[in-house]
Design a protein around this ligand. Sequence first.
Ligand code: NAD
Ligand code: UDP
Ligand code: UDP
Length: 343
Amino acid sequence: TIDRVSTRFPVVPAKVGRVPAGISRRRSRIVVTGGAGFVGSHLVDKLIKRGDDVIVIDNFFTGRKENLVHHFGNPRFELIRHDVVEPILLEVDQIYHLACPASPVHYKYNPVKTIKTNVMGTLNMLGLAKRIGARFLLTSTSEVYGDPLEHPQKETYWGNVNPIGERSCYDEGKRTAETLAMDYHRGAGVEVRIARIFNTYGPRMCLDDGRVVSNFVAQAIRKQPLTVYGDGKQTRSFQYVSDLVDGLYALMESEHVGPFNLGNPGEFTMLELAEVVKETIDSSATIEFRPNTADDPHMRKPDISKAKELLNWEPKVSLREGLPLMVSDFQNRILNEDEGKGV
Ligand code: NAD
Ligand code: UDP
Ligand code: UDP
């Protein structure tokens, strides 16, 4: 079975061994690639709070310094402007590898760059993990299931993915990243962890990233119609970001390789989501239908029994509880934008 940690190159004992009296236990040194982005910055908050040393690597394609500014000046925090497509030398204990644009608008903007980030970026981070004996966690995606023929999706499902479509740079890129991770695990004994993340939302999502939750929330605040693509009957399952961060952390600290689905099994059509956004922000908001994008998956819902059983993890925040938690962040940023334009 692949769900087992290789024992050929044990890395853990040196780190967790007993510390002589009078010397405090060494903190973990952790790299978060893509740490200036939406998910990465929330993960950094958790790691810093836990007392670890955190190095963020980011090229600021979709990430922003504003997401991390509250850590500037903290000697346990370091931010490096670097593109993971290029090699880098560092000495750390763990690598959370998130660097990759996640929204369709951004990953289709320069598809070849997206593939390079997924393949060469992941290869470099695995090479780094191998050289220094660090544990490596890959943030893969539910998109590896493509337009799924199995519902809900279990980790054992191999997916239904178009290899030559507009989304392929992302979903095939992530599939290759998973392959690389497993080959470094089997071949070089790297301790890898694979998370397959389902649609996640929360504060700090890019305002203009085209994802459905950020679009609807920004549209409702700006008093614009909510744009529903296609007939709006396609489904997604929406996870609040703090649940995801807890899941990533639980996986990294566990003894299981995965892959693990991390998502909220609550399933909504886009029309239902629009209703929840209306209830939360503005009941008078209207809906406008737009043509759907190519290869849009018809449905998506995680089966999370594996994560529940082996990681003792499950999401706690429902969509109706989570949506209000991102509204003030969006309101503030939209207000600043408007002030910047002199509106
Ligand atoms: P995001 O776009 O907010 O963050 C990605 C970060 O990676 C950004 O800070 C960006 O500047 C950085 N980056 C991109 N290419 C890079 C490169 N070549 N070198 C260095 N940095 C680079 O996206 P997110 O939602 O925070 O997603 C984080 C990770 O989680 C991604 O790997 C994504 O595929 C995965 N994921 C997210 C979701 C979701 O719903 N948010 C779902 C599935 C998977
Ligand atoms: N790499 C890196 N930092 C390191 C070690 C490796 O960026 O500390 C890169 C290296 O440049 C290479 C990739 O990771 O492009 C894979 O490294 P590995 O040693 O596995 O393969 P090789 O260099 O033998 O092809
Ligand atoms: N979508 C929509 N209106 C929007 C943006 C997206 O109806 O303004 C739909 C999109 O067609 C898809 C779903 O919402 O069916 C989720 O899209 P998103 O880009 O958020 O995530 P992904 O397709 O990667 O799951």
